[in-house]
Design a protein around this ligand. Structure first.
Ligand code: AHR
Length: 496
């Protein structure tokens, strides 16, 4: 089949905020203990962080990591994870019915983030706790005054403030499963008061208010509207969360879910703008898609309750998952004018691109690769393209183009990067690319992720799904034709 993309250098969607390549570490399962932290592991550093895991994370260049939850944060006492490790309490953790030892807390995590060349996106507990505790945590992390929580940090060995810029006002507060679940009005009020105290403590921070915990939640839309009516002038972003699954084993339908994600983003942006209009406000609230991924493979796994670091939510991702994750990353890039933060949920072991064996190996899941390339090469501006491509019908009459793509201009590197998935499961695609106002371009590399078997997974012994460097033509030209294999993800880098 044939398709065409017209690229003009001047048609910009916007600048990409690198934080859209963020991720998430929750005190859940083996994300922290046995994931990023394992003092007895042969690669552990002086603080007990696994060096092999850190290397795979650093390769992606993850700019920001949300912490410590998730559902976990709604019952969390942040003080438990500070100071002398020998005195830290062991607690029952109600969100995941596990035992939390508190061996790792903000004292350690902010140091891990530095070692990962990343920033912390810190969530506060607005479930079982409230504005005062959130204020205290901001003081502990960011203040250099001679006051109680800043001094507590100094006593714990950290003279300099951690300077955490991005903060989440709780987590999924619309969900009945959440500790301290609230109505939109209750949450809107408490989030406003927490936001005031937190920003009065440190005016440089940015705040993310909780949107719905998913598009399909019955209160979606009404929740955003009500919460924003309370908080609009006090916050900077509203959160979106969405997980997908190939529940019906229909790959063509599954691969169309990035279109649903696109619609979700546009709906939330529209609600923000409606509240802006109602308030006659000059301010624009942007979006933080701070939980997104595929989550369904582990749904029926059984684990005993009340263990330390049980194996929870350990989805083994296959090749079709990597294709959809690739499409979702393009959706985030194509919405970079509104989405400023996004977190692939999560980073290690728990619905994650990186898996470990406690005491053993680390390996990259299939979804690691589209994430790695998007983060490393998807920096700059997204361009608005004109695509001509056949469409297919997937479920409910939805029309889906066979190609999903994004085009990123990196002026610093004089590079143009095309990310593309061919959703056609039978036929390869001859893709014609026409460039305007860019002069002649040469192809620097074409990386492909392809596998015959949509269900192939990577394991610690066998990497069935890995990127390949394809041969490229070195002729400079204003138009190029490339072939995209059937069911493949691709990154093509051009120099101009
Ligand atoms: O990422 C796993 C869980 O999914 C998070 O704890 C919660 O916020 C969401 O429901």
């Amino acid at each position: 089949m044939k398709a065409k993309i017209l690229v003009n250098k001047n048609f910009e969607i916007g600048d990409i905020d690198k934080r859209i390549y963020g991720s998430f570490i929750e005190h859940l399962g083996r994300a922290v203990y046995g994931g990023i932290y394992e003092p007895t592991h042969e690669t552990a550093d002086d603080m007990g962080f696994r060096g092999d895991v850190l290397e795979l994370i650093k390769a992606v260049d993850v700019p920001i990591v949300r912490y410590p939850g998730g559902n976990f944060v709604s019952g969390y006492n942040w003080e438990d994870g500070t100071g002398d490790k020998a005195k830290r309490p062991r607690r029952q953790e109600l969100a995941w019915k596990s035992i939390e030892t508190n061996e790792v807390g903000i004292d350690e995590f902010q140091e891990w983030a530095k070692r990962a060349n990343s920033e912390v996106n810190m969530a506060v507990n607005l479930g079982t706790r409230g504005p005062a505790d959130a204020q205290n945590l901001v003081e502990y992390c960011n203040s250099d005054r001679d006051t109680v929580y800043a001094n507590m940090r100094r006593v714990n060995g950290f003279d300099k403030p951690f300077k955490i810029k991005t903060w989440c006002l709780g987590n999924e507060m619309d969900g009945a499963w959440q500790m301290g679940h609230k109505t939109a009005e209750e949450y809107g009020r408490v989030a406003t008061e927490a936001a005031k105290l937190m920003k009065w403590t440190d005016p440089d921070i940015e705040l993310v208010v909780c949107g719905s915990s998913g598009y399909y939640i019955p209160t979606f839309g009404k929740w955003e509207h009500e919460v924003l009516r309370h908080t609009y002038e006090y916050i900077d972003y509203i959160s979106l969360h969405q997980y997908y699954g190939n529940h019906e084993n229909n790959a063509s339908y599954f691969l169309s879910e990035s279109l649903q994600m696109d619609g979700f983003i546009k709906s939330v942006a529209a609600i923000c703008d409606a509240v802006k209009a109602e308030k006659h406000s000059k301010k624009q609230v942007n979006l933080s898609f701070d939980e997104w991924n595929i989550w369904y493979h582990s749904n029926n796994d059984k684990t005993e309750d009340w263990q330390v670091a049980p194996s929870l939510l350990e989805d083994l991702y296959n090749f079709e998952d990597a294709l959809l994750v690739g499409c979702m990353l393009m959706t985030l890039q194509n919405n970079c004018d509104r989405v400023k933060i996004a977190c692939l949920a999560q980073l290690v072991n728990v619905i994650a691109p990186i898996m470990t064996e406690t005491g053993g190996k680390v390996w990259a899941q299939t979804i690691y690769y589209p994430y790695l390339y998007a983060s490393r090469y998807g920096r700059g501006k997204t361009l608005r393209t004109v695509n001509t491509c056949e469409k297919y019908t997937a479920g409910n009459g939805l029309l889906v183009p066979f190609i999903e793509s994004s085009v990123i201009l990196n002026e610093e590197k004089r590079e143009l990067v095309l990310f593309a998935v061919n959703r056609n499961l039978e036929e390869s695609m001859e893709l014609e690319l026409c460039f305007e106002d860019l002069g002649e371009l040469t192809v620097a590399e074409h990386i492909e992720l392809y596998c015959d078997d949509l269900k192939a997974v990577n394991t610690k012994e066998n990497e069935a799904v890995a990127p390949k460097n394809l041969e490229v033509s070195s002729n400079p030209s204003t138009a190029h034709t490339v072939t995209l294999n059937r069911q493949s993800w691709n990154m093509i880098r051009f120099k101009y």
